[in-house]
Design a protein around this ligand. Sequence first.
Ligand code: 5GP
Length: 260
Amino acid sequence: MNKGKKLYEGKAKILYEGPEKGTAIQHFKDDATAFNNLKKSIVEGKGVLNNRISEHIFNNLNQIGIKTHLMKRLNMREQLVRLVEIIPVEFIVRNIATGSLTKRLGIADGTVLSKPLLEYSYKNDELGDPLVAKEHIYEFNWASVMELKLINDYSLRINDFIQGMFRGVGIKLIDFKLEFGRANIDGKKEILLADEISPDTCRLWDLVSEKKLDKDRFRKDLGNVIQGYQEVARRLGIMHEEGNISEVKFGKPKAVNIKE
Ligand code: 5GP
């Protein structure tokens, strides 16, 4: 499928114009960044895995009535998506306290929360995605009361569903980040789940050993980043063989001398 012009390049993905009006092509890169771009690296094969894992989760969410931007996966690194007007808020759902929550409030790492905690941060790299209250969201017209009510409901339903999905394959869903956008579908304004859900945007721990299988492997220099992502894909039944994961690269053909 032919890509149109580049619309946006983020830290881990590129968005191109899609083949039809209202569509886009979401391309998953291997670039890994953390701490607001202070730490950067290439994790070979990460984009391919995130593409597949996110497709799997979005397709499952679609089946339980969550509307998403995903139309179809196109190839190893690309998805055809509906173009949305992104809401500039990151919706963070937490089941267990860790990461910025524990740093901010001095809560013990690993504290099990009595119910899922939903936090909002303003999507702005220059400001370091600061935490905001729902009043900021209304005041600055990032989302209406109705939209936020729907997104809150979606976020908790998504948490319930994917928490169960991961638990079924021996993984604890600690926390994750969601993004939503607005699209016009058949003349009706809809709120769609956008971006991705993958080990880049979730914290995923092995149920028994509590081994980290997500981007914290990169953030905290734990090593074997790609192996964590592969483990998630393998347990979800997406990839059965390692050979499926990376693109096959052929070198330049060389002349062969055949000796008589
Ligand atoms: P924390 O606020 O503890 O750093 O992150 C909470 C959860 O949201 C983690 O699962 C983390 O991966 C995800 N998250 C929060 N902000 C971002 C972001 O800007 N990019 C990505 N990829 N994930 C984020």
